[in-house]
Design a protein around this ligand. Structure first.
Ligand code: TNX
Length: 626
């Protein structure tokens, strides 16, 4: 494609008109029996508009339904009907002797204390003995079996993959076991969903805090499960990014790709080239003031993400999408002349001088500083839409860029247009096409490249849900929840077998997105669909099951004030008339969760919508039949 046109009315916000629901899930009609793979078949299906008489079921049934409602669907769920553990003021959180479990235990305590009001002291069983009763126990155990023969382990990383866990709930207590800390952390996210939705409240709620009895054994299908935020087209402050990190963690995503540079703004301070951020970061789409992360800001994001077992993947988009850099340093421009700052939304017009050694000094310095700031394995170098460069010039510059990345010791990631550049060991192509065949990608895979699947018509979070979605674009199509869910990353692209698929990622481009509620509205529920594609294997991965689990899950978003698109494809719970759960975009927003060191974290700063942002009535904000 040569251009992308920005759809949507800038300056509008996905405000209000969200499905209204109780903060508790007791009215859901989902029920569960003692089935294996129960998430695949919760029955009977919840009606879209339950009649009043059907709207209430036993609280105990609601508790049981939570076990089969986990998102993303676990590998195996085995309910113990009628068994429950009740978290009380006496409950303690215990770890085994391995101190590494302590940070996860502290994190769990900070998640559970605000709503329960219980002290939940964290203790360590130095002698390695299991706690007797009334405890949540987190055990790091290298012998933990977290996969199921025949159902898991078909993914690229196999069944021994990092991040699996098992969770056992009996009347006496809860035990989470994992081989690694990521696994314990994922088990904690599952436990969180087994508690009533009121656990998401920041103030003390009455409870009771019952967890359904049973056993979950769970392991991820793919090693890489990610989301991308474009902070170039519109800049987002650190607390906004941390809030997104918390939301990725809920769904066991483990990579946050930050699109740090583009034509409209350079967003990361580079000490050796200071004008990149100072000059190149001073604007954004539609002429806002932009901004950039200091290196300390960037470290804050990286470290916060690490406490959530999320790896930051920084992207410097080369050799196109570089107008902001050329504006700051005209010596990098092919004609040596500084272009004006760019605040529009066209693509493909800018590129670095190919035959000028300063270009390679710049790339070496920038990627060197970024590598020093980034503990993760990947450096993303863009590579997309350099329309004005000949294939030969493109290959010249990107071959050198790939070698520069290799010299930093990192693994190169690029958008799939990088495929024709020479193969370097381990390199990763991010597929964002809208077809299911790409010969160049298949050829690169035959040479050993791996692929992150981000099909534009399935995973792009900036695509509109329907024609009437006010935000977003539609060049790759309209993406309702089922479209985002109903495909298989392991078989999607010709010539790219499952073994070559590193994982999945949902990118959010922000030409039309300016506020946190707007990010969330476009992200949810679609991000959860992509998370389940990355985590779950068939038969647990199933659309009918997924839409019911989403519906049952939504009171958590309401309680945590997370905005979402109330898709008519999902049978959301009935309303109780208490008013929209999602406040106006003018409200103050910070990270949604406490810090890992146990301290409750107030928002470090706040965001508010730009002047002129208005609420609107959106025809797609009301599911039909409500
Ligand atoms: C394509 S996806 C782009 C971005 C735009 C996006 C808008 C990709 C590698 N390039 O520059 O922001 O479409 O949907």
């Amino acid at each position: 494609m040569s251009t992308h046109h920005t759809g949507g009315n800038l300056g509008t916000a996905p405000n209000g008109n969200h499905p209204r629901s109780r903060p508790e899930e007791a009215e859901l009609t989902m029920s569960s029996g003692p089935q294996e793979h129960a998430p695949a078949r919760p029955a009977p299906p919840a009606p879209r508009t339950p009649e009043p008489g059907r709207a209430t079921v036993r609280a105990g049934a609601a508790t049981d339904a939570r076990l089969t409602g986990v998102l993303p669907a676990p590998t195996r769920v085995r309910p113990a009907p009628g068994v429950r553990y009740r978290l009380t003021a006496e409950t303690v959180i215990r770890t085994g002797a391995d101190p590494a479990a302590g940070t996860v235990a502290d994190y769990l305590a900070t998640l559970l204390r605000p709503a329960t009001g219980h002290p939940l002291p964290v203790t360590r069983a130095d002698d390695g003995t299991l706690p007797p009763v009334d405890a949540i126990t987190l055990l790091l155990d290298p012998t933990t079996e977290t996969s199921e023969t025949g159902t898991a382990g078909t993914g690229s990383a196999g069944s021994t993959h990092e991040g699996g866990y098992r969770l056992d709930v009996t009347g006496d207590g809860i035990v989470i076991r994992a081989r690694d800390r990521a696994g314990l952390f994922h088990g904690v996210q599952t436990l969180r969903q087994l508690l009533p939705a009121a656990i998401e409240s920041s103030t003390v709620q009455p409870g009771p805090w019952e967890v359904p009895g049973g056993e979950i054994v769970d392991t991820p299908r793919f090693a890489y499960r990610g989301a991308m935020l474009d902070v170039s087209r519109h800049f987002f402050e650190v607390p906004d990014v941390l809030r997104l990190v918390d939301q990725l963690a809920r769904y066991k995503l483990n990579h946050l790709h930050l699109h740090l540079t583009d034509d409209q703004g350079w967003r990361i301070a580079i000490d050796s080239w200071p004008k990149l951020a100072e000059v190149g970061g001073a604007t954004e789409v539609d002429g806002g003031v932009g901004g950039y992360y200091t290196q300390a800001d960037y470290r804050t994001i990286v470290e916060y993400a690490a406490t959530r077992h999320i790896t930051v993947v920084p992207e410097i988009d080369l050799p196109g999408h570089t107008n902001a850099a050329l504006h700051a340093y005209p010596e990098l421009a092919p004609d040596g002349v500084a272009p004006a700052a760019y605040t529009g939304t066209e693509v493909g017009f800018s590129y670095l001088a190919v035959d000028n050694e300063r270009t390679y000094d710049f790339v070496t310095d920038v990627l060197g500083e970024l590598a020093a700031l980034t503990p993760g394995a990947y450096l993303h170098v863009g590579g997309d839409e350099a329309f004005k460069l000949s294939p030969a010039d493109y290959a010249t510059v990107m071959n050198r860029v790939q070698r520069i990345v290799a010299d930093t010791g990192r693994t190169v990631v690029g958008w799939h247009q990088l495929a024709p550049a020479e193969h370097v060991p381990g390199r990763v192509l991010q597929y964002w096409g809208t077809t299911t065949a790409d010969e160049k990608v298949a050829a690169a895979v035959a040479q050993g490249a791996r692929v992150i699947m981000s099909p534009g018509n399935r995973t792009y979070l900036d695509m509109k849900y329907t024609e009437s979605t006010t935000l977003g674009q539609d060049w790759a199509g309209l993406i309702e929840v089922r479209t985002a869910y109903d495909w298989d990353p392991g078989t999607y692209l010709d010539g790219v077998p499952e073994e070559a698929v590193l994982g999945v990622e949902a990118p959010l481009w922000t030409e039309t997105i300016r506020t946190v509620p707007e990010i969330e509205y476009m992200t949810f529920p679609r991000l959860v669909a992509v998370a389940e594609l990355g985590w779950s294997t068939a038969p647990a991965r199933d659309w009918e099951s997924f839409r019911l689990r989403l519906a049952a899950h939504s009171p958590r978003w309401d309680t945590a004030s997370i905005a979402y698109h109330p898709s008519p494809e999902v049978p959301w719970p009935t309303t109780t008339g208490t008013g929209p759960a999602v406040p106006s975009p003018r409200r103050e927003i910070g990270p949604v969760e406490p810090t890992a060191d146990g301290g409750a974290q107030p928002p470090e700063s706040s965001i508010s919508a730009p002047a002129g942002t208005t609420s609107l009535s959106r025809s797609d904000n009301q599911p039909s039949g409500r």
